[in-house]
Design a binder for this molecule. Sequence first.
Ligand code: SF4
Length: 429
Amino acid sequence: MSEIIPLASVSTGSAEPFRESACKTHPQSMCPAFGALRVLARMEGVQPAMITDTGCLYGLTFVTHFYAARKSIVAPSLGTAELSSGQIQEAANLAIAEAASARNVSVIPVISLCVAETAGLSEELLPREVDGKPVILVRVPAYAIHSHPEAKDVALAALMRRLTVPDAAIEPHTLVLLGEVFPADPVLIDGILRKMGARTLVTIPGRHIDELMLASRGAAVAALHPFYRDTVNLIRERGTPVVGGAPIGADGSAAWLRAVGAALELDEQRVEQVAQEEEQTARDFLARQPLKGATVLVSGYEGNEMLYARLLVEAGAHVPYISTSIGKSVHTAADEAWLRARGTEAIVYRKSLEDDLKALDHWHFDLVIGTTSVTAASKERGIPSVYYTNILSVRPLFLTGGMVASVSLAQELLERRTLYTTMQSFFQD
Ligand code: SF4
């Protein structure tokens, strides 16, 4: 592929520092509870019962099935009359009984949303189990859980707290991957772990409830995404080592492999050799700096935006602005520090569309990888733009294989600039 020569070679459009908006209550994405539903509606052996009013039910049923739910959602029909007459508890219990009667179900998560929480759904009055099937409350009202990635964490932690045991027999030299990742990523990771004398045990949240039980047998857990805070706390409470960060790019992959080697107590020399080989392969690819000179905006609500930004930066791009729906935490600190040390000026947590639009005015971008609204606005400006969720995060990301896939895509997108400017002038005329 040819070298990128960006049109917008001056990246900063304003001398003033960028200032994000003050409002941080809602990141303007879909209902945060979607994250919990997504995880639970894709897991075999689980039948969620969702307790909310009919409006939320309609929207969440639509979006959950749009994103590949594998089952129906059991829910009572709760309107104003039912809620104001105090029938929520009875309605919840009926929905739980219906969920328990579904075929091949062994666990019933009860997803409690804004309306159920404010109407006073009481955990003490829910059955603890029905026909021997555990009933597990998952509280994800949007006023407490502000983004859908964080709701995934709440759901997973609630299930693991109830279903897994602290003293499970450990399988030596096995690693559990924590995070919803592209299917090729665990395969790439397992391949390199085997060279170090280890292997992946399972990736959670997975496709079957039994995988959670299996996860408690891992010798260590790798938290690949920074928003699994409750789950990581639970795993640490139970004495299992947790490796933070992810095998991202040349710097990140080598450091991650060494950290995994230490957590699994692998042979140091063997780990070092594999880490150095992986780093060298990555650096060989990066040597020609395929994104050199390009200025890229990264905006998403998946919670893994900084990982992609790191790859772009290592490939030579300038990424002055990154925004995400998740909150800042100790788990985001390392990626934030790495990016700030390499020229990222603004990292906005709990972002709003206004933040992203302001960033479009503040810098001159050659490529925008963002949410639907911001990519629409940047296409109007003739900037190559793609939707983060459906285009970028459906490709491998980790180790050299993932890096090549993701960086090559960004390079191809940059080469489409003429198409965008032609489209812009067509509509302007
Ligand atoms: S009211 Fe709460 S649970 Fe219902 S759709 Fe809105 S944010 Fe989601």
